[in-house]
Design a protein around this ligand. Structure first.
Ligand SMILES: [Zn+2]
Length: 417
C-alpha cells in the first residue's frame, strides 16, 4: 500500500495511550512505550503502528523518516492560554520581585485592566500578527493543539474582535486552536462599583452575540475573591450553558473559596489553577467528572511557595492535566516542557505523569481526546521527534527542551512558519 509517510524504527515510541483515552490516577504513569516500532501515516492520520521490519514490508511511503535513536511523543496540547494582547508587563514582574502581590498590582491599576486598555484600542491585524509570533514559538517547543481565550476587552465589540482574531489564527496557523470566551476575566473599570450592571451585559448582550456567531466553544470565568464571587460565577456560567457553550473556570487559584465545588455543580469540562483547592473540592471534581488543569508556571512566576495538590488529585483517581497559562501578566511562559519540569519538581509528578498530563489528559480538557493527545491508530498524526535518550530527558533538561521535528496532521513543520 502506498502511503504519505513512514517513520521507521523509532528508538523509543511513547504512545501515552494506545486506546486514545484520558488516564486517571495510577494509570497516568502507564505511558505505553514501544521500542523499534514504526508509524505509518496517510492523509494526516496514523493508520498503523507496528514492528519496524513488518511495516517496511507492508507500506511504500512517499516520504520516510529514520527515527533510530530518537524518541517520539504525541504533540503537546496546551489547554489554557491567553495569547491575544498588545503590550507585555515586565514592569509588574519587577514589582512582584520587590514584594507587591498580584492582587495589590491589580488594585493599583496594573494587572488585567492595563492589558485591557491597549487591547481595546488595537486593530484585529495588530492583534493577529502579535499572537501569531507568540504561538509560533509555542509550536517550536512542541505545542500542536492550543486553547486560546479572549478576555482582554470586556466590551461586546472588543471580545468579539479577540474571538475573530482567534478564528483567523486557527485558519492561518497549521495547528488546532480552540476558542474560549472570557468576558468575565475581570470587571471593567467603568463597572468597578456596579458589578450587577456588567453581569447583565455579559448575560444579555455578550454571551448571546458570542453564541449566535458560533465563535467560541467554551465560556470561562475568573472566580476568585477579588473578581467574580461564587454567586456571580453561577449566574454567568448558567447563562453560557443555556446558550450551548461548554464551561471552564479559573478556580481556587489564590483562596479555597469553593470554585472546584461550583465547577462540579455546573459540570464544567475543566476547573483550572486549583492552587488552593480543598479536599472537598477534589472529591467534588472526581464525582462530577471535571478535569483539573494545573498551571504550575503561574505559581512559579508569582514566586509562590506552594503549588496545587497534584499528588492528592492523582491519589483521588483524577485525570490531571497541565497547561502553560501563557499570558502577559502572571505567567509569560510558552513552554510546555518547562511546565513539565515544574510539575515534576514542585508537585512531585513523575515524568510519565507529566507527559500524560500534557498530552491525552490536556486533550480531554478541551474535548479533543478523540482526535489528538496520543499516538493511536485513527488519530491525527501530531508527533514530536526528539533527539534525546529517553522521554524523561524532556523535564530533566530544564528550560531548554524542544523537539527536533514537529509533525502536525502528518506534515513536517518548518520554521519560520
Ligand atoms: Zn488563565
Amino acid at each position: 500500500m502506498t502511503i504519505d509517510l513512514l517513520i521507521t524504527d523509532v528508538g523509543e515510541l511513547v504512545c501515552v495511550s494506545f486506546a486514545g483515552k484520558p488516564k486517571s490516577g495510577k494509570d497516568m504513569s502507564n505511558i505505553e512505550i514501544l521500542l523499534h516500532h514504526s508509524i505509518a501515516i496517510n492523509q494526516g492520520q496514523i493508520i498503523d503502528i507496528g514492528p519496524a521490519d513488518l511495516l517496511s514490508a507492508k507500506y511504500q511511503p512517499s516520504h520516510k523518516i529514520d527515527a533510530r535513536y530518537k524518541v517520539i511523543t504525541p504533540g503537546f496540547v496546551d489547554p489554557h492560554t491567553h495569547p491575544i494582547f498588545v503590550h507585555t508587563r515586565e514592569s509588574e514582574f519587577e514589582m512582584r520581585i520587590l514584594g507587591k502581590t498580584y492582587v495589590e498590582i491589580s488594585q493599583s491599576g496594573g494587572g488585567i485592566l492595563s492589558t485591557i486598555i491597549t487591547t481595546r484600542d488595537a486593530s484585529e491585524d495588530r492583534l493577529l500578527s502579535l499572537a501569531k509570533a507568540r504561538i509560533e514559538k509555542m509550536i517550536m517547543q512542541g505545542t500542536t493543539t492550543l486553547e486560546a481565550k479572549s478576555g482582554y476587552g470586556l466590551t461586546t465589540e472588543s471580545e468579539l474582535k479577540q474571538l475573530n482574531v482567534i478564528k483567523q489564527l486557527a485558519d492561518e496557523l497549521p495547528i488546532d486552536i480552540i476558542p474560549t470566551f472570557m468576558g468575565a476575566h475581570e470587571f471593567p473599570e467603568e463597572f468597578k462599583h456596579d458589578h450587577q450592571a456588567y453581569i447583565d451585559i455579559l448575560c444579555d448582550r455578550m454571551l448571546p452575540a458570542v453564541a449566535e456567531q458560533g465563535i467560541a466553544k467554551y465560556c470561562d470565568i475568573f472566580t476568585e475573591a477579588h473578581v467574580y464571587n461564587l454567586e456571580e460565577s453561577r449566574i454567568v456560567l448558567t447563562k453560557a450553558k443555556e446558550l450551548g457553550l461548554k464551561l471552564k473556570m479559573h478556580a481556587d487559584e489564590i483562596e479555597p473559596m469553593g470554585g472546584a465545588e461550583l465547577a462540579a455543580e455546573l459540570k464544567c469540562t475543566s476547573a483550572d489553577h486549583l492552587g488552593k483547592t480543598s479536599a472537598a473540592g477534589i472529591k467534588a471534581l472526581k464525582e462530577a467528572g471535571v478535569i483539573p488543569v494545573l498551571l504550575p508556571a503561574t505559581l512559579f512566576s508569582l514566586a509562590s511557595k506552594t503549588y496545587a495538590p497534584a499528588r492528592d488529585m492523582i491519589n483521588a483517581d483524577l485525570p490531571v492535566a497541565l497547561a502553560t497559562d501563557f499570558n502577559p501578566g502572571s505567567c509569560n511562559c510558552d513552554s510546555v516542557p518547562f511546565v513539565m519540569t515544574l510539575s515534576c519538581l514542585q508537585m512531585k509528578m513523575t515524568p510519565a505523569e507529566a507527559l500524560t498530563a500534557c498530552t491525552i489528559n490536556a486533550a480531554a480538557a478541551i474535548d479533543m481526546d478523540d482526535k489528538v493527545g496520543s499516538i493511536s491508530i485513527g488519530k491525527q498524526a501530531d508527533l514530536l521527534i526528539w533527539d534525546i535518550p529517553s522521554y524523561k530527558y524532556i523535564p530533566y533538561h530544564i528550560g531548554s527542551s524542544s523537539p527536533e521535528t514537529v509533525i502536525k496532521n502528518g506534515k513536517v513543520l518548518s520554521f519560520p512558519l
